[in-house]
Design a protein around this ligand. Sequence first.
Ligand code: F6R
Length: 360
Amino acid sequence: MVVLQRPVDLDDVQAIEALDSMGMFGTTRDLPEQCSRALDTAADVPLPAGGTFQNIVVTGLGGSAIGGDLLRVYAFTCLDIPVTVNRGYTLPRFAGPRTLVLAVSFSGNTEETLGAYNEARRRGAAIVAVTSGGQLAAQARRDGVPLITVPGGIAPRSAIGYLFLPLLMLLDRLGLVNGIEAEAAEAVRILRELRIRYDLEAPLTENPAKQMAMNLQGRIPVIWGASTTTEAVAQRWKGQINENAKAPAYWNVLPELNHNEIVGFQAPTDNLHRIWLVFLRDPDDHPQVQKRFAVTREIVGKVVAGVSEVEASGKGLLARMFSLIYLGDYVSLYLACRYGINPGPVEVIDRLKSTLAKGE
Ligand code: F6R
């Protein structure tokens, strides 16, 4: 069980570092550098044979799947073939010899991903494995499957640079997308700028990530993005709040939520008063979606505890996605501190994995 301590003062750097036994803040601070290093990990990997692919399936779970979601969103505007994210033991029926399967598991030991990898082998798909080691690395080496090895020793969810950018670099090398290096360089530059604003040394009075965590404390965060721009980022915020702050959080996207979820903001009022909405805004959102954000705020703004809107920074989609991810990552860590919770360990996930591995 998570042991709740007293809320930590977000300007008390020493107390935060004492709480954060796995150095999650340090890994988050290092994200710009991680992104730079991540690009190199895919530079020399042999390209999978298979010629022209009809589709791409990224298979993974949790922190190893979210890179696939980011890829799928990126692919919407930049890729001629569909990207599907698969979270489970097997593969969709369409996956076959003309499919490129990217099997991603940071630990290399996630049973669902190993199952999907084996299924991809049986179907004769082209495969690239992405991992820091474990059984996936061993199996890929034995099978002669191209392997992107990323550095280990951090939590999978902190390895988002390593688990997303190599996938894009691989597609760049395959000629399926282009200009990734320049886009990634912009993302790194923006992340370095944002780090100064979000990191521990920036006081609460000037730090939007600390301020957002204070708003979310004691509330139920509901993160709303937009499909084709901030969809995967909204999902990332939710996951990071769950895993780092050990708290519930939910996400959805416009325009879809205007056709169902928004109706659910009428009763019961006690529950609604606990919700804090975060709107993830991107300058490239469809003009009607921009309007929808404004109208939606008018409809639900008064019944919830509060609404925050945050804007993506940067020109390219990569920079814009990473700029919002970075804010969410820091917010989730500060929220953990406000709950007096060590953000690193995810004992529930570990327990589930070992119970299932024992077949109990
Ligand atoms: C833990 C985390 C989890 C894992 C997931 C799959 O930090 O983010 O969501 O990513 O349990 O494990 P891996 O990534 O090792 O395949």
